[in-house]
Design a protein around this ligand. Structure first.
Ligand code: HEM
Length: 392
C-alpha cells in the first residue's frame, strides 16, 4: 500500500488513524517518494532509526540555510558536539528544575486562572498555545505586550525552517527573523553585559566559559531554543489533552494517582505524536530499505509509524496510560536528540496537573468534534484544529 495522499495533507477525526495508516504503509514501503511535497520519505521504524543515528551519511545540512544557518540543529560533526555541550549544560534536568517554581508553575497558574472565568474553552488557544508561549517569553525576558506579535513571527520562522525546499516560506521566515532581530539582539546584549539568574544568564555564562561569549553567539542560542521549543510543545500539550479528554477513565486515574502523569505523557506522545518528521540530507549514496538513494537527496524522516509497530506496542491504537512506552521517536534519536525534552515534559506535567486539579468536571464538548491533520493551523505537526472542552 503506497500512502494514498501526501503525508503532508492527511486529515482524520480519529487521532490514532494517522499512526495506524503509516504503520500499514511502512510494512510495504519502508521508503517512498511523496508526490505531494516532492521529497523522499523514510517511513519504516528500523530505517528511520538507522538514518537518524548515522549523521555522517545523513546530515542536517538541509537546515543550514536562511534563518537556521548556524543553529544547533543545522550543525554536524565537531561543531555540533561543541555547541551541543553548551545546550546540554543550560537545559540539563538539574538546571531546568530550577524553573519549575520560578517560571513554569506561575505561567501555568496564570493560564488556569484565566480559564476559571469560563465555562467552556478551546484548549488549543486557551492552554496548549498559551503555555509554551508564556514560558518562552518568561525564560527569555520577552515583553508580555509583544507576545501576540512574536507568536506570529516565530510561527513564520518555524514554517520556513521546516520547509527548506520552499522558497516562499523561506523568504517569509527571513522577513520574520529580521522583524524580530532587534528584540533578540537586545535580549542577548543585556545578558552578555550582565548575566542574571535566568536561563539567558546561564547561556551567557556557559558561552563565555567556552570562549564563545559574544552577543551573536548568545542570539544564536536564543533563536535555536525559541524555534525548537515553541510549536513542538504546543502541539504535544494539545495531543496530550486530546488523549485524556477522549479517555475519561485515564483522566480519573491520573487524578487519583498523579505519579502516573509522566508515563501518560509518554503514552500520549506515542498514541498521538505531534512530531511527524525531520529532514535529512544524503551526503553519499546509500541504501535504505533495499533502495538506492543518491547523494544530494533530501529525505523526510517520518517519526510516527514506529509508534504503531504492533510488535513493540501491542494494540497500538489503544491509549493505555499503564503502558510505559520506550523507544519513542517523538524527541528524535541519535546526536540531535531533543535537548529541550526535560523542559517540555515539565511544562506538560505541571500544566496538566494544575488543569486536572482546578477543573474536576473537565470533559470534551460533545457537540463539537475536532479535526486532526498534519498541518493544524498551518503548523508542521500532527494535531487537532481545536479542542472544545467543558470546564464546569
Ligand atoms: C514536546 C516538545 C518537543 C518535541 C516533540 C521536540 C522534538 C524534537 C526533535 C524530533 C528533535 C530532533 C531534530 C533532528 O534530529 O533534526 C529536536 C531537537 C531539538 N529540540 Fe526539541 N522538541 C520539543 C521541545 C523542545 C524544547 C522545549 C526545546 C528548548 C527549550 C527544544 C529544543 C530543541 C533543540 C535546540 C534541538 C536541536 C538539538 C540538536 O540538534 O542537537 N525542543 N526536538
Amino acid at each position: 500500500m503506497l500512502p494514498r495522499t501526501s503525508l503532508f495533507s492527511f486529515t482524520t477525526e480519529d487521532p490514532s488513524a494517522f499512526g495506524v495508516y503509516l504503520a500499514a504503509a511502512a510494512k510495504e514501503h519502508p521508503i517512498y517518494f511523496d508526490e505531494g511535497l516532492g521529497v523522499t520519505v523514510v517511513l519504516r521504524g528500523a530505517e528511520v532509526t538507522a538514518v537518524l543515528r548515522d549523521s555522517e551519511t545523513f546530515s542536517n545540512r538541509a537546515y543550514d540555510i536562511g534563518i537556521m544557518k548556524g543553529a544547533l540543529v543545522a550543525l554536524d560533526g565537531a561543531s555540533h558536539t561543541r555547541m551541543r555541550r553548551i545546550f546540554n549544560a543550560v537545559l540539563s534536568p538539574r538546571v531546568v528544575n530550577r524553573y519549575e517554581e520560578t517560571i513554569v508553575t506561575p505561567v501555568a497558574r496564570r493560564i488556569v486562572d484565566r480559564l476559571a472565568r469560563k465555562q467552556q474553552a478551546d484548549l488549543v488557544d486557551d492552554f496548549a498555545i498559551s503555555m509554551p508561549m508564556g514560558v518562552t517569553s518568561a525564560l527569555f525576558g520577552m515583553p508580555e505586550e509583544r507576545i501576540a506579535e512574536n507568536d506570529v513571527l516565530i510561527r513564520k520562522m518555524i514554517r520556513s525552517a521546516m520547509a527548506p525546499q520552499d522558497p516562499v516560506l523561506v523568504a517569509e521566515g527571513r522577513r520574520a527573523h529580521a522583524a524580530m532581530g532587534a528584540q533578540l539582539r537586545e535580549i542577548a546584549e543585556r545578558e552578555v553585559a550582565n548575566p542574571g539568574d535566568t536561563l539567558l544568564g546561564e547561556i551567557a555564562r556557559t558561552l563565555a566559559a567556552e570562549g564563545l561569549g559574544g552577543v551573536e553567539a548568545c542570539e544564536g542560542v536564543v533563536l535555536s531554543l525559541i524555534l525548537g521549543s515553541y510549536e513542538t510543545t504546543s502541539w504535544m500539550l494539545a495531543n496530550l489533552l486530546v488523549a485524556l479528554l477522549a479517555h475519561p477513565d485515564a483522566m480519573g486515574q491520573l487524578r487519583q494517582q498523579p505519579s502516573l502523569l509522566p508515563q501518560a505523557i509518554d503514552e500520549a506522545m506515542r498514541w498521538c505524536s505531534n512530531a511527524t518528521g525531520i529532514v535529512r540530507f544524503v551526503e553519499r549514496e546509500a541504501t535504505i530499505g533495499g533502495e538506492t538513494v543518491p547523494a544530494g537527496t533530501l529525505l523526510y524522516v517520518s517519526l510516527t509509524a514506529l509508534h504503531y509497530d504492533e510488535e513493540a506496542y501491542p494494540r497500538p491504537e489503544v491509549f493505555d496510560i499503564q503502558r510505559r512506552p520506550t523507544g519513542l521517536l517523538s524527541f528524535g534519536v541519535g546526536p540531535h536528540y531533543c535537548v529541550g525534552a526535560p523542559l517540555a515534559r515539565m511544562e506538560a506535567r505541571i500544566g496538566v496537573s494544575l488543569l486536572l486539579e482546578r477543573f474536576p468536571a473537565l470533559r470534551s464538548d460533545p457537540t463539537q468534534r475536532p479535526m486532526f491533520s498534519t498541518a493544524p493551523r498551518g503548523a508542521a505537526a500532527f494535531g487537532p484544529d481545536r479542542i472544545p472542552a467543558l470546564l464546569v
